[in-house]
Design a protein around this ligand. Structure first.
Ligand code: ZN
Length: 344
């Protein structure tokens, strides 16, 4: 089978790997679609992020869906032919955080396509994947495998919404309209936000935000006065989802939040400075949001029941053999939103 393997920055290869046989409690999945994520792009463009570096070849990818081809002993929930979204999250379920229901904080996490551990954990950009049956969530007939491969990034945004608390009747700003920002807009809409304003520094991604239901979009590079207006008095926004990781965007988020408003930080930006006096004087709640756990099943359920339509988020699909071109395309925010690989 073919697998997409990162060796170093700008050194991505399509390699042959042996297929595996499912063991007890496992299934084999013929992967159909894999979405390229921002973290995959960090490995591709920079060889990693922060202290996390690719030290030896690693199969990339963690946003996948496919069809079950074989089930191991003891698997009763899945049969060959079932179409599934595969959760890349594999917590140990034994450590103190797992036992407290905080699996996204597992001390022994084996997340697909991550160089955080050494040896690295191989990812799911491959034609055949053996996974635990519990990682595989059945897709309804109405949901395509391409849409199913969006369950993972959508789960990230559902987790962010859960970190924010109730959005019913709230005025929400989504800062940064890449794939996570756009899915965050969808998640906030599904959770009863009254008004959603999406921002970015480019027009192309904002068109996607409008397509999935943002009430208003602001290109902050062209129109800084719009943010000044939102920050009038002590601010007018109840909840900001900060998905850019950019220092200036964080400063703007704090300026537009109303007193006791909530900032949910999703974007990773390293060590950046921000006006902490504003956090104090406006009593702003700053909350981080990292990965997801139970929200993966919720993401699939929302798609299966037709309550969300994630399809507009996909901008291009490329055959696995063109993975390098697909990664270049996904790196260009002017030309793409979510780029997916076709493994069939
Ligand atoms: Zn654990």
């Amino acid at each position: 089978m073919k697998a997409v393997v990162i060796h170093a920055a700008k050194d991505l290869r399509i390699e042959q790997r042996p297929t595996e046989t499912p063991g007890t409690g496992q299934v084999a999945v013929a992967i159909a679609t894999g979405g390229i994520c921002g973290s995959d792009l960090h490995y591709y463009n920079h060889g990693g992020f922060g202290a996390v570096r690719v030290k030896h070849p690693m199969v990339l990818g963690h946003e996948v869906a496919g069809t079950v081809t074989a089930a191991g002993i003891g698997v009763e929930s899945l049969r060959p032919g079932d179409r599934v979204a595969v959760s890349p999250s594999r917590p140990c379920n034994r450590c103190e955080y797992c036992l407290a229901g905080l699996q996204n904080h597992c001390l022994d996490m084996r997340f697909y396509g991550s160089a955080m551990r050494d040896p690295h954990v191989d990812g799911a950009f491959r034609q055949h994947l053996v996974a635990d049956a519990s990682q595989c969530h059945k897709l309804a007939d109405r949901v395509s495998l391409a849409e199913g491969a969006l369950a993972e990034p959508f789960a990230v945004t559902l987790h962010a919404v859960s970190r924010a608390g109730s959005l019913l009747g709230k005025r929400v700003l989504v800062s940064g309209s890449g794939p996570i920002g756009v899915l965050c807009t969808l998640a906030a809409r599904a959770h009863g936000a009254q008004e959603i304003i999406a921002t970015d520094v480019m027009d192309a991604p904002l068109a996607y935000a409008r397509k999935v239901g943002a009430d208003r979009t602001i290109n902050v590079a062209d129109d800084a006065t719009a943010l000044t207006e939102l920050g009038r008095g002590k601010g007018s926004i109840d909840v900001v989802f900060e998905a850019s990781g950019n220092a200036a965007a964080l400063g703007s988020a704090l300026a537009v939040l109303r007193p006791r408003g909530t900032l949910v930080q999703l974007g990773l930006g390293g060590d950046i400075s921000f006006p902490q006096n504003m956090v104090v004087s406006k009593e702003i709640e700053m909350r981080g949001s990292f990965r997801f756990h139970e929200e993966f099943a919720l993401a699939v359920d929302l798609m299966n029941s037709g309550r969300v339509d994630l399809r507009p988020v996909v901008s291009e699909t490329r055959p696995v053999d063109d993975a390098v071109a697909a990664f270049e395309l996904a790196s260009d925010r002017r030309r793409s939103m979510k780029v997916q690989l076709d493994f069939a």
